[in-house]
Design a protein around this ligand. Structure first.
Ligand SMILES: [Zn+2]
Length: 133
């Protein structure tokens, strides 16, 4: 039927984020010129196209921006249905991750990050309900 869910590839732009997640840190690129935090990672700032991209450890807090429930099992072993949430971080960028909450997300609901090992020492951030620190 289907293959197992593949692990994320370690593209050069993603290594800092993936290694941070394994340490329990939400690492996000920030432009050294304009200070804009952005997502997805890129070698250039999406706002001013400067190349002095730095990384910061984000507080991992934000609010639910959008969400969807998947009913189809795309990969072997996927536990359906599952919820994917788009979070707007308090620092600005939107991240799309799996949802950890026991109930459906509510638009605008405050969320905090946690981390889950998805296999082979690879960890990913995910979000669930939680008040800002
Ligand atoms: Zn910039």
């Amino acid at each position: 039927m289907t293959a197992a869910r593949p692990l994320p590839l370690r593209y050069p732009e993603d290594v800092e984020h993936l290694d941070g997640a394994a340490r329990g840190e939400l690492r996000v690129p920030v432009c050294g010129s304009c200070g804009e935090a952005f997502w997805p990672p890129s070698p250039v700032c999406p706002r001013d196209f400067r190349r002095d991209v730095e990384w910061t450890t984000d507080a991992g807090t934000g609010r639910v921006h959008s969400w969807v429930r998947f009913h189809k099992r795309y990969f072997e072993g996927d536990d359906v249905p599952y919820v994917v949430v788009q979070v707007r971080l308090d620092s600005g960028p939107n991240l799309t991750t799996t949802w950890t909450g026991p109930d459906d997300p509510v638009l605008g609901e405050p969320v905090t990050v946690s981390f889950r090992e998805v296999g082979d020492g690879v960890w990913l951030p995910e979000f669930g309900p939680g008040e800002q620190a």
